[in-house]
Design a protein around this ligand. Sequence first.
Ligand SMILES: [Zn+2]
Length: 229
Amino acid sequence: MGFFDWVRRLWSEPMDPVTGHRTDQVTDLEVDGEGWLVGRGVRRLPSVRHSSLSVPTPIALMWHYTATDPGTAGSLAKRIQTYRSGHDRAASWHVCIGVDGTLWQSVPFLRGAWHCARGVVEHRRWHGDRFMWDYDVADSHRINACAIGVELEGHGKTFSNPQVAGAMRLLGAVVEAYQIHPTMAVLAHSHFDPSRRRDPGPVWRDLLPLLLRGAYNVKRLPDLSEFSG
Ligand SMILES: [Zn+2]
């Protein structure tokens, strides 16, 4: 079975014929009151590299890849536990998903990580309880002060099945916890810093609608093309 067939099969599970919502469980992960993931496959290595959010809870999620080889996620997470000003690059992220599916969390979601130096987004939140795509646009926020940063271990050309499954579980958990609007869960680093960054790249971009369909429990999504560049 090809990779994309595998992903599609994951989301061809039974739907409620009336509402179109998935009736099975989306994720087995939970988010605790501080914004730490709790569940199978999660490794917590707290980093000192974090700042305040400008919102009460995160309103967006940005995808990256590490541009490192498989098996490096753990050592990257260890490296960013400390920070020497003027010596270390000011970089961190909330979660790095290993090729083996391990979710290495460095920063809790209620703090801002240092994953995208540039860019602002408008404030939207998904009204998930009504299964509608309404949102409020109130004000704008810097990416690092409002968006969860997720790194995918690797170079962005291929993604392993456990890694994609880990991303689905993570996305399901944060959507449940913070009602992130679907158009805000597909932010790409390359979109905000195109002269310097290419991550997460076209392979991941093509996967995102499938990931979202599972996380949001619906068949149809709003047009995401504007956001996933
Ligand atoms: Zn990046």
